[in-house]
Design a protein around this ligand. Structure first.
Ligand SMILES: NC(=O)c1ccc[n+]([C@@H]2O[C@H](COP(=O)([O-])OP(=O)(O)OC[C@H]3O[C@@H](n4cnc5c(N)ncnc54)[C@H](OP(=O)(O)O)[C@@H]3O)[C@@H](O)[C@H]2O)c1
Length: 291
């Protein structure tokens, strides 16, 4: 039988392995105010009530919306709450994602997060690589990491992470900046990042997969719709989301979950996966369905 250890660590702090991703709190397309502001605030408060002490956010979610909701719902923050953000992008007036990758952009992003969350230090900050969106010049990774190290030395961030980065960049970031976490897409249905996950495992770096359920973006396949996931969920009397998340926890002990939801009911389901035990048969069926 597979059971989980429910504590992990990130940036030298102890965190529960089930955290919360704040990207589903703003309006559609991660843009503008929430569909239901009271529900968004309730999700954040309930998350902490249920033991979440690791929240992933960004200034560019909304923009400004996720951070303002977090501050309104939770400030003054519980002492053990680790707020993790990311820098490297901005939004235009139509909600488009704009690359903001220069060292000055990264510094401004950190300052904006500190201001909107009303804190002096972010628990960790991921450098969100956006090369694919740069029109023209690509900012050298070494220059970006040097600025992140400076921000850590100044005490503005507790740890450095990297996001949407291939293996070679992750290895550079481990060797030169002592990163504490990686955020790349990974789920039962998308295991293309297995090499990075293995590198994190070997280096003792936390791996917080984004899109653990396949995201809210309509073009990506959803873990909850996968027939093998649904079959295991039926067998266990669990929901497909719970099975998809539990599979991630069982898959590698460096994984920290940050599933995103705008719903208290979904949050409660996701937080209840501690009660779920995947048998060798369940895991074999799920592994066979994975790619
Ligand atoms: N570093 C990066 O570049 C990056 C990129 C993307 C995301 N992230 C972070 O990673 C986090 C997770 O990714 P994500 O939010 O994009 O995608 P996700 O967690 O894979 O999926 C979110 C979707 O799953 C649904 N959902 C959640 N719990 C559910 C449940 N129990 N049953 C059914 N559906 C459920 C949500 O809908 P409802 O709202 O209706 O529950 C939403 O549509 C984000 O919140 C964000 O913090 C980071």
């Amino acid at each position: 039988m597979q059971s989980f250890t429910f504590s992990g660590s990130l940036a030298g702090r102890s965190v529960r392995r089930i955290g919360f991703g704040a990207m589903q709190l703003p309006g559609p397309g991660v843009f503008g105010p929430p569909r239901d502001r009271d529900e968004a605030l309730a999700v954040l408060r309930r998350a902490v009530e249920l033991g979440v002490n690791h929240i992933d956010t960004s200034q560019y979610y909304g923009p400004d919306v996720s951070n303002e909701l977090i501050r309104e719902a939770l400030h003054p923050y519980p002492e053990d709450l680790l707020l993790v953000s990311k820098v490297g992008a901005e939004r235009d007036a139509q909600g488009g994602w704009v690359s903001a990758q220069t060292p000055a952009d990264l510094r401004r992003g950190v300052e904006d997060n500190l201001r909107s969350l009303e804190i002096d230090q972010l628990g960790a900050v991921n450098l969100r690589r956006m090369d694919e969106h740069s029109d023209g010049e690509v900012v050298p990774l070494e220059d970006q990491l040097a600025e992140m190290v400076a921000l850590r030395d100044e005490g503005k961030i507790g740890g450095i992470g990297i996001s949407t980065a291939p293996l070679a960049e992750v290895q550079t970031a481990i060797a030169t900046a002592g990163i504490v976490c990686v955020q790349n897409p990974f789920s039962l249905l998308d295991q293309h990042d297995a090499d990075v996950l293995a590198a994190c495992h070997n280096a003792g770096v936390a791996y917080a997969p984004y899109f653990p359920l396949g995201s809210a973006f309509p073009h990506l396949p959803k873990v909850v719709d996968d027939p093998a996931v649904v079959a295991v969920a039926d067998r266990l009397g669990a929901t497909p989301a719970q099975v998809g998340l539990a599979w991630l926890l069982a898959h590698d002990d460096s994984i920290l979950l940050i599933p995103g939801t705008s719903s208290v009911a979904h949050l409660e389901q996701n937080m209840a996966i501690g009660d779920l035990v995947l048998s060798p048969e369940d895991l074999a069926d799920l592994d066979a369905a994975g790619t």
